[in-house]
Design a protein around this ligand. Structure first.
Ligand code: SF4
Length: 108
């Protein structure tokens, strides 16, 4: 099951997350540690799908992502965080490389 392409319609912003960059929105529901929601909006990563493959982090030409520890989550104990979301150049490399289709990037 890929990330919901209509997440902005189907979900609400539950909180913000700030880590090694400006704060980004987190689309709920969030019930840590088992349910973590979607991090980011223009660069959106569904943390409940992310299995910590890491290909998105390796492939991103602008070094946008950071690992963030999520102990206790059933899919993986760390997640790819769109820490510097405003830096995205919309190359779509991360979207294409993600093995579980957890990422949606929306160009302006
Ligand atoms: S679309 Fe490209 S620039 Fe934007 S986060 Fe993904 S890999 Fe990085």
């Amino acid at each position: 099951m890929p990330i919901d392409s209509d997440f902005k319609t189907n979900r609400q912003v539950a909180t913000k997350h700030e880590y090694k960059g400006p704060a980004h929105d987190v689309w709920g529901p969030v019930e840590a540690p088992a349910k973590l929601g979607i991090h980011g909006t223009a660069v959106a990563v569904d943390w409940d799908l992310c299995t910590a493959d890491g290909s998105c982090i390796s492939v991103c030409p602008v070094n946008l992502y950071e690992w963030f520890d999520t102990p206790g989550h059933p899919a993986s104990a760390k997640k790819s965080d769109p820490a510097r979301e405003p830096d995205c150049i919309f190359c779509m490399a991360c979207v294409n490389v993600c093995p579980v289709q957890a990422i949606k990037v929306t160009a302006p």
